[in-house]
Ligand binder design. Structure first.
Ligand code: SAM
Ligand code: SF4
Length: 342
């Protein structure tokens, strides 16, 4: 379905607050800076991944014009992602430009951390407030089986640099894959005894060509909790079970940090969704797990202003789907995670 063709109530575009048809206030934009990556995680992309040509990706100027449109619509939270955002040239300059948006209240990034040791301080100085760092295992061999490339020591150096720069609390993301790293949950959860990090375990989601592998290796949140409690004792639920972003947060007895679970498959959080995504090739993606998108690159290259883009975006956001339908067997087919922006 084209997000542009159907009728939309006038007030959906007139108000400068992006609401969808279900009354959800959409104000959080995940911005994919590139589809390229310096890793090849087994649950994300094939080893022989073909990336998009650079001329299909938004230029810095095009991206900032699109983000100004989001600002007009009242967006106030931006998360940079990819692909791997740290391989995008001029990342620090892009962060600085986002910081100039009048409504930008929160600027964060999700990264594999490999390049963070050098980048953390300049990024913080440019306005990046926090990072989520992906780390699927502390064991080099297992990490390598998951990511195919890269080294745990570089990720840990990146986390240390981010902490030193002041990007706290650090959030660590671990995608749990049966047969690869499900027995590493314990050592990762143990990190929270000493460090005030949020260590968050993610259920793997299915996308396009990788879906069969992802569905076969998915570990549910319930199983993760059971496994951790069997080894480390009771996990106490925090903040009355209210979601922290997408995560349900817990604490181990005596721990400084927190353990979280992100369960898009077994316990979806669509009702409280406040986000849409801008892909690196300039599509506004309304739901991570549904294929509907609005093309912003074409109007951008035809000279559309931020005001004009904002109108298009408001109409599109109004049609944001209620939620995904993984349970009904619908999976996204047109892109894998790294091409959307996780
Ligand atoms: N390259 C960066 C990184 O890995 O952190 C940012 C992009 S990555 C697509 C964003 C997050 O999505 C990471 O935490 C990654 O582990 C997670 N991820 C990737 N593929 C996934 C999948 N199929 N299901 C669940 N999470 C996934
Ligand atoms: Fe790259 Fe992130 Fe995908 Fe891993 S999860 S391949 S680091 S984009």
């Amino acid at each position: 379905m084209s997000v542009l063709t159907s009728e939309v109530p006038v007030q959906a575009t007139a108000r400068r607050k992006a609401l969808d048809a279900f009354g959800r206030h959409i104000h959080y934009l995940r911005v994919s800076l590139t589809d390229k990556c310096n890793l090849r995680c087994v649950y994300c992309m094939p080893e022989q991944m073909t990336f998009r040509p650079n001329d299909e990706l938004l230029t810095d100027d095009e991206m900032i014009t699109a983000l100004r449109a989001a600002d007009i619509l009242g967006f106030d939270k931006y998360r940079l992602t990819g692909g791997e955002p740290t391989v995008r040239p001029n990342l620090v300059g892009i962060v600085r430009e986002i910081g100039k948006l009048p409504g930008a209240r929160q600027i964060t990034m999700t990264t594999n951390g490999l390049k963070l040791a050098k980048l953390a301080q300049p990024l913080y100085d440019a306005g990046l407030q926090r990072v989520n760092v992906s780390l699927d295992s502390l064991d080099e061999t297992k990490y390598h089986r998951m990511t195919r490339w890269g080294h745990v020591a570089d990720v840990l150096a990146g986390i240390a640099a981010a902490e030193a720069a002041g990007m706290t609390p650090i959030k660590v993301n671990c995608v749990v894959i049966r047969g690869f790293n499900e027995d590493n949950l314990i050592e990762l959860a143990r990190l929270t005894y000493e460090r005030d990090w949020q260590v968050r375990f993610l259920e793997v989601m299915p996308f396009a060509d990788v879906a069969e592998f992802q569905q076969a290796t998915m570990v549910t949140m319930a199983e993760m909790i059971q496994h951790i409690e069997a080894h480390l004792g009771k996990l106490t639920v925090l903040r009355d079970g209210e979601l922290d972003g997408e995560a349900r947060m817990y604490k181990l007895a005596g721990a400084r940090g927190e353990v979280g679970f992100i369960s898009p498959v077994s316990a979806p959080f669509c009702a409280s969704c406040t986000r849409v995504r801008l892909t690196a090739d300039g599509k506004l993606r309304l739901c991570l797990l549904k294929d509907g998108e609005l093309d912003l690159r074409t109007p951008l290259r035809q000279g559309a202003t931020s005001e004009e883009l904002a109108e298009l975006m408001a109409q599109s956001i109004y049609r944001k789907p209620w939620g995904h339908d993984l349970a009904g067997g619908t999976i996204p087919l047109n892109r894998i995670m790294s091409e959307i922006g996780g």
